[in-house]
Design a binder for this molecule. Structure first.
Ligand SMILES: O=C(O)[C@H](O)[C@@H](O)[C@H](O)[C@H](O)COP(=O)(O)O
Length: 225
């Protein structure tokens, strides 16, 4: 039940959590394990919190990230830290979280080991939840990254990414891997991102706005002011 006096963004988070729970429940009715792929950043926190308390056979759910900053999990910038702090608490703490980080100094050195981890998960994912930046990036598919063409075209599961606009090196699931899902959701808030999405919907150059790579598959847009 939606929280009656919640802000639109909290209500949105609750609706996305409900859709995610339904997707996982449906898939778990027919298979032993289900996979949930999440994005980091600041937008998802209310969603993670709403999802963390939901009743599911969480021990049968694998959770991983669409991308990660190449920093230790204890670092402020870590998406894994965000997931551990806001999602993997309460009932959801029984989920199996698969990180995108290794002890290697760089994502280029760690990518092969991470790819093996990712490929071993129960694809297709039940749900991929994407975010979007003001430059139209999603996951770590950044318009200004030298690796963007590779990340948009490779059949490899993960790509090491560097972007002048980002303080940390990154590792990202490739567009091909992110497409291997039964459902996709885009979770964005605010007027600026609404305008970026409108621009994305009115053109087709993936390099300009990489979110476009996901506008050809069914995509549930979760947007609030
Ligand atoms: O590691 C990350 O930062 C995310 O995976 C990234 O793709 C995020 O979804 C967008 O940058 C939006 O971030 P905000 O929600 O903070 O605006």
């Amino acid at each position: 039940m939606p929280t009656p006096d919640a802000t639109p963004r909290v209500q949105l988070a609750e609706q996305l959590a409900e859709a995610t729970v339904e997707a996982l429940r449906q898939d778990l009715a027919g298979r032993e394990r289900a996979l949930l792929v999440l994005s980091g950043g600041s937008t998802p926190v209310p969603f993670f919190r709403a999802l963390s308390s939901r009743d599911l056979p969480w021990s049968r759910v694998d959770v991983t990230l669409a991308d990660e900053r190449w920093v230790p999990e204890a670092a402020e910038a870590s998406n894994a830290r965000l997931v551990r702090e806001h999602l993997l608490v309460g009932p959801a703490s029984s989920a199996n979280f698969v990180s995108l980080i290794t002890d290697d100094a760089t994502p280029e050195q760690g990518a092969e080991a991470v790819a093996r981890r990712i490929v071993a998960l129960p694809w297709p994912a039940s749900m991929v939840v994407l975010g979007m930046g003001g430059d139209g990036h999603t996951a770590s598919l950044f318009p200004d990254s030298r690796e963007l063409d590779l990340a948009l075209s490779t059949a490899d599961a993960v790509v090491a990414v560097r972007s002048p606009s980002q303080p940390q090196a990154r590792i990202t699931l490739s567009a091909d891997r992110l497409h291997q899902a039964r459902r996709h959701a885009l979770h964005i808030t605010g007027g600026d991102k609404r305008s970026v999405l409108a621009r994305a919907l009115s053109g087709d150059d993936l390099r300009e706005l990489p979110i476009r790579a996901f506008l050809s598959c069914p995509l549930a847009v979760y947007w609030a002011p």
